[in-house]
Write a protein that binds this ligand. Structure first.
Ligand code: MG
Length: 165
């Protein structure tokens, strides 16, 4: 039986390209650009998936959902997240809590944070109170500051499913 909590960290970046919306935290947000990606380009959920996979540890998102695999072309990243949730449950863990940071100048994310948290909690079968999503800018510095792309970081704590250690 698993006795100890486990932590994981994830990071992802996608470049802006043509488009009229971005997907972030499972939420469709109107924008002047889209994100270039094999999937729907949801950097926040990709960072979270990598954190979950890292905690188990089961490699990374590129291993589980390779760009060469046509099944994942244009994929809804929420399906990827639910798959990662299945992996952790089958290994005897539940999500204790997770914390995400999304870095971009635009679009403005504050109005969408609550829905992102609800989507993630739903996909990972945990409480919204266990999901934190934060947005920040990089003060116009670097690639995020120049609005060339969006970056996201995530950390997750997994708890053994069952009696506390
Ligand atoms: Mg990605």
């Amino acid at each position: 039986m698993n006795r100890w909590p486990r932590i994981g960290i994830g990071y992802d970046v996608h470049a802006f390209g043509p488009g009229e919306h971005v997907m972030l935290g499972g939420v469709r947000i109107a924008h002047t650009h889209g994100l270039v990606a094999h999937s729907d380009g949801d950097v926040a959920l990709h960072a979270l998936c990598d954190a979950l996979l890292g905690a188990l540890p089961l490699g990374d998102i590129g291993h589980h959902f390779p760009p060469s695999d046509e099944r994942w072309r244009g994929a809804d990243s929420r399906a990827l997240l639910r798959h990662c949730g299945e992996l952790l449950r089958t290994r005897g863990y539940v999500v204790g809590n997770c914390d995400l940071v999304i870095v971009c100048e635009r679009p403005r994310l504050a109005p969408h944070i609550a829905l992102m948290r609800a989507c993630i909690a739903d996909d990972l079968r945990c409480a919204m109170e266990d999901v934190s999503v934060k947005a920040t800018t990089s003060e116009r510095l670097g690639f995020t500051g120049r609005e060339e792309g969006i970056a996201a970081q995530a950390v997750v704590m997994l708890h053994p499913n069952g009696d506390s250690p």
